[in-house]
Design a protein around this ligand. Structure first.
Ligand SMILES: NC(=O)c1ccc[n+]([C@@H]2O[C@H](COP(=O)([O-])OP(=O)(O)OC[C@H]3O[C@@H](n4cnc5c(N)ncnc54)[C@H](O)[C@@H]3O)[C@@H](O)[C@H]2O)c1
Length: 313
């Protein structure tokens, strides 16, 4: 188990923005040795400039498309060779897409699965042999609260995040059953204030600005807070980490209510939030649903008050 990140070799994908960038900053402040990757060279440069000032012991950046299996494999091997090993890997890079199944283009669906699912699978398989060689190897895969319940117009995203959850849980069993000391953590963030929706795709006719505004107004957790929660979970060897009270509340709500949670999702989605499907008769833009529902659900279940967002599942 990693108790202290000082001098540890920590790999973060999607480090050019949002949660990945905040993870890089937090790890730098702990004196970690950083390998940072993103498809966005400029975002990566901005992160790298700051981590140098924050105290990272050593930093290397690499432009990598996590959906490119061969690129991820050679990057993982080069990283292990460069640093002499790898202690922590956070498969964080992700994208978003708002479209009902009927609206969705196959290209968009495959693009999302490529980054959000295959990117995590490639990163896991490429880095696992190196993590096994560490005395405290740890793998973190970022799922979402959308890996806990289905959301209208988020089928691709939910599919990828449920897949990450199942995949990571299986890896966790395999590490434990094989006697490996590699820790494995699944992370389920609720709403986090980042550019994910701004960088997202939406079906033709949907108003992306509306979804962005909604996400911005309803995401209660900062990227820094999310990063701190994730790293606290790693230090404690948690199997699952819920980021934000909304995530903790949704986890409890879905488990307590089971299938009775679904009518609740539809009720909040019908309130005109931008994730709901457009009515069949109104084939126009704009009535996409979503994040409002998510937040409302979170708020309902937060009524009981949960103080620690880091929860061992
Ligand atoms: N922000 C939220 O509310 C929220 C909620 C739940 C889960 N998440 C998850 O957290 C993770 C981080 O998201 P974020 O909110 O920081 O988003 P973000 O858009 O701020 O950052 C994502 C980063 O991933 C990079 N990226 C995208 N495609 C890539 C590719 N093919 N290869 C390499 N890098 C790529 C982007 O360039 C960007 O820098 C994602 O997996 C996301 O699904 C976010």
């Amino acid at each position: 188990m990693i108790r202290d990140f000082t001098g540890r070799v920590c790999v973060v994908t999607g480090a050019g923005s949002g949660i990945g960038r905040a993870l890089a900053y937090e790890l730098a402040a702990c004196g970690a040795r950083l390998e940072l990757a993103d498809i966005d060279a400029e975002g990566l440069r901005t992160t790298a400039d700051r981590v140098a000032r924050l105290g990272a012991a050593e930093t290397h950046t690499q432009v990598v498309d996590v959906a490119d299996r061969a690129a991820v494999q050679s990057w993982a091997d080069a990283t292990a060779a460069r640093f002499g090993g790898v202690d922590l890997v956070v498969n964080n890079a992700g994208v978003a897409l708002t479209a009902t199944v009927e609206e969705m283009d196959w290209d968009d669906f495959e693009w999302l699965m490529g980054v959000n699912f295959w990117g995590v699978a490639y990163g896991t398989k490429a880095f696992l042999p190196h993590l096994r060689r560490s005395d405290a190897g740890h793998l973190v895969n970022i799922s979402s609260v959308f890996g806990l319940f289905g959301v209208p117009s988020q089928s691709a995203y939910c599919a990828a995040k449920y897949a990450v959850r199942g995949f990571t849980e299986s890896v966790r069993h395999e590490m434990r059953l094989s006697g490996s000391g590699v820790g494995v953590t699944t992370v389920h963030p609720g709403g986090v204030r980042t550019d994910i929706v701004r960088n997202s795709r939406a079906a033709i006719g949907r108003d992306k600005d509306e979804v962005v505004a909604l996400h911005d107004s309803l995401s209660k957790t900062s990227a820094q807070r999310a990063a701190r929660t994730i790293l606290k979970g790693v230090r404690r060897g948690r199997a699952r980490v819920f980021v934000g009270l909304d995530a903790t509340a949704i986890d409890v709500g879905t488990r307590v209510l089971g299938s009775a949670f679904e009518p609740l999702v539809r009720r909040v989605s019908r309130r005109g939030a931008p994730l709901a499907p457009a009515p069949q008769s109104a084939a126009g833009p704009g009535s996409a649903p979503g994040t409002e529902g998510l937040s409302s659900l979170g708020e309902r279940f937060t009524a009981g008050g949960y103080s620690d967002p880091v929860t061992d599942g």
